[in-house]
Design a protein around this ligand. Structure first.
Ligand code: SF4
Length: 294
């Protein structure tokens, strides 16, 4: 079972680094159609050419294959729960050699590349448990340097109001976000402290395109920020164009009455967010990759 699980995850890692999810591709096509300048059309055409060549040649669609992050929703009765972390580490090591992935992981203070994309707490694994389930859903995200560098968090005072969130997000996207290969997915985490807002910002980045915050006011803020970012005159690669952002997603938690924490996490046009659903005997579904098999 362990070897089967590891081999499956190695193939899933390869798929997620070679091919963008269907919803992201559909959104990028929609965005190309909405741009009318020859410069922007050419940039989108080069993106699609790059993605097509990656699929044809079996090569990663960006040279920076990032660091792997796994966000796991695990049924408490999933039979491989106790070996999952070990399986994911082994699968990352194997995929680094077999795909290959660029070795990016360095341990703090040692400053030596480990060569296999594993290091202290890398791959990054985040767990959520689902009671009364024997299934597991794994969302894999490759966190490249370009799209990790703009990330920022701040805790505001209630007197700053929810209004403080908007310029904070705009400063991130129109400043360091330009270097993150736009159009961007902008994840905004709203909570009570810097750490919980930061986790929520990453989770917001990972949401499916076309989904909205569950609260009508959250959904309205998502739409307003998206419209605002897409009226900055910034397009693909931060060059003049009509759309800087693919999506703006907000995830929130309750907050302390005296704090408003906001974090922003961005992802680039190479939004490598794969999802696999496993049942108790490791049969799988790939909900964001129609027609794919491992
Ligand atoms: S920002 Fe994204 S597309 Fe640009 S180099 Fe980094 S991983 Fe690649």
């Amino acid at each position: 079972m362990k070897e089967r699980f590891t081999a499956l995850m190695e193939k899933f890692i390869a798929l997620a680094v070679l091919r963008l999810p269907d919803d992201v591709l559909a959104r990028l096509r929609e965005m190309r159609a909405a741009e009318d300048s020859p410069l922007q059309k050419t940039l989108y055409d080069s993106y699609f050419e790059n993605l097509a060549k990656a699929a044809k040649l079996g090569r990663p669609c960006c040279q920076d294959t990032g660091l792997p992050h796994f966000y796991i929703k695990a049924g408490t009765a999933f039979p491989c729960l106790d070996i999952t972390a070990e399986v994911l580490c082994d699968a990352v090591r194997r995929a680094t050699a077999s795909v290959p992935l660029r070795p990016n992981a360095v341990n703090f203070f040692d400053e030596v590349n480990t060569g296999d994309n594993t290091a202290e707490r890398i791959p990054w694994i985040h767990w959520e448990l689902s009671p009364d389930s024997a299934a597991m859903e794994i969302t894999l995200y490759f966190s490249g340097a370009g799209c990790s560098l703009p990330g920022k968090a701040q805790v505001f005072k209630p007197s700053d109001g929810y209004e403080a969130i908007v310029p904070f997000v705009f400063d991130v996207v129109s400043g360091p976000g330009i270097n993150a290969c736009p159009p961007l997915v902008v994840g905004i985490g709203l909570g009570h402290s810097m750490d919980n807002a930061a986790l929520l910002a990453k989770k917001a980045c990972l949401r499916l395109m076309g989904t909205s915050h569950h609260h009508p006011q959250g959904a309205r803020l998502e739409r307003q920020i998206l419209e605002g970012l897409n009226s900055l005159g910034m397009g693909a690669q931060g060059l003049p164009g009509k759309q800087a952002a693919m999506a703006v997603h907000i995830e929130s938690s309750g907050r302390h009455t005296a704090t408003i924490a906001c974090a922003v996490s961005v992802s680039c046009y190479v939004h490598r967010r794969g999802v696999i659903r496993l049942d108790h005997n490791l049969s799988y579904e790939l909900p964001v990759y129609q027609g794919a098999a491992l």
